[in-house]
Design a protein around this ligand. Structure first.
Ligand code: HBI
Length: 378
């Protein structure tokens, strides 16, 4: 007699454990775009009846949603991967009393309480857990290829545990050369549109938003706004103070004002960003996604970006902004001169159609049910 396949729990609410980035507490800004990804995913899946627990470093705060459990880990913050040498010496597992080591121990101890565990840390330790747990562990990879040790554990996971890797964009997934695109769920990202107000009457400034760190290429945005003789407003956390200091001379000599506006909360950021003529995105690395692009578009702000990484898959050239040759300041200046050709309403429309929490939540939910039902039938 044929054994009937178990009917997958298509709509059974899932008990999900989200392992956040160990580089800093949720809400600190140190985690960059992945903080928003974890918080927004918890919100949208919690609203659908799934039971969400987030594991994050001590000091984390969640915006107003009650139905999410926050478990905070004591211990030192993880050094950021993008500041490590590519051939990073593999440290002993686990580093004594790091937030990451404590999080991994928590996951191992408490795994039976969950149907699925999702890792958002860009660190090799959680990947080593995949083969050690009964509960399925999926990995949402939040940056492109940076470290050999990460490339290796990602390739190994692709081989041993198909369908457990998620990424924001195709170009990000393609940086992991030991994997193929079919190893990845491409999930994009999203914002809560209701938090962003459309602005039809911009002032004269250009905008730049991001962690102030070398891989974000702020110096190019300052150079382009100076050549265009346009004011520039800078928003974001000063993550690398030495790098920020190195820009002081360029900022002081700029012919138009360059103002640092700080690291703002979403309500304050969207208000200030909405009144800019355009957002400049000048990444030196393969930006996995570029949350700030959809935040700007949601406010009606066109995006001028290097044709590199995630922003190149978000901006529709000539429709919601301009894509230019990477590292070419003159190309940025020419695009700034043509920004009036972009319809700000189209920017808002793309954000609503392609980057809503609902569409994004659907993609994650579908992936999670594939994994959980796959476990049931295996
Ligand atoms: N570095 N080691 C490490 N772990 C992370 O989770 C991490 C990081 N650097 C940056 C980062 N996460 C996030 O800012 C990006 O994934 C967005």
């Amino acid at each position: 007699m044929a054994i009937l396949p178990l009917i997958p729990p298509q709509k059974t609410p899932l008990r999900l454990l989200l392992l956040s980035t160990p580089v800093g507490p949720l809400g600190s800004g140190l985690g960059g775009g992945v903080e928003a990804s974890v918080v927004n995913l918890a919100r949208v899946l919690g609203q659908r009846g799934h039971r969400i627990t987030i594991v994050a470093p001590l000091g984390s705060v969640l915006p107003d949603h009650s139905q999410v459990e926050l478990v905070q880990m004591v211990g030192s913050f993880q050094p950021t991967a993008q500041t490590q040498p590519r051939l990073q010496p593999s440290e002993p597992f686990p580093v004594a009393n790091s937030a990451l080591a404590n999080a991994c121990e928590y996951v191992q101890a408490e795994q039976a309480r969950y149907d699925l565990i999702v890792n958002f840390a860009y660190d090799w330790q959680p990947f080593q857990l995949t083969a050690m747990l009964e509960t399925p562990l999926a990995h949402f990879v939040t940056m492109g290829s940076l470290l050999d040790v990460m490339d290796q554990v990602i390739a190994q996971t692709a081989l041993q545990f198909p369908n457990r890797l998620g990424a924001y964009t195709r170009s990000q997934a393609e940086t992991f050369r030991q994997t193929s695109l079919s190893d990845w769920q491409i999930l994009g990202s999203a914002i809560d549109l209701q938090q962003y107000d459309y602005c039809d009457e911009p002032e004269g400034s250009l905008g730049w938003v991001g962690r102030i760190s070398p891989e974000k290429g702020l110096e190019d945005a300052i150079a382009a706004s100076a050549s265009a003789r346009r004011p520039l407003k800078i928003f974001g956390k000063i993550e690398d103070a030495a790098y920020w200091q190195s820009l002081t001379k360029q900022i002081n000599e700029a012919p138009a004002p360059v103002n640092y506006c700080g690291f703002l909360s979403t309500p304050e950021l969207q208000k200030a960003l909405g009144s800019t003529q355009a957002l400049l995105m000048t990444p030196k690395w393969i930006e996995a996604f570029g949350m700030v692009a959809i935040e700007a578009m949601a406010c009606g702000v066109p995006v001028i970006a290097y044709r590199r990484g995630g922003p190149a898959e978000i901006v529709r050239d000539g429709q919601t902004g301009w894509l230019v040759q990477p590292d070419n300041i003159e190309a940025l200046v020419s695009a700034i001169a043509r920004i009036g050709e972009i319809d700000r309403r189209q920017c808002r429309q793309d954000a609503a159609d392609l980057y809503s929490l609902t569409a994004w939540g659907d993609r994650f939910e579908r992936w999670f049910y594939q994994i959980v039902s796959g476990m049931m039938s295996s």
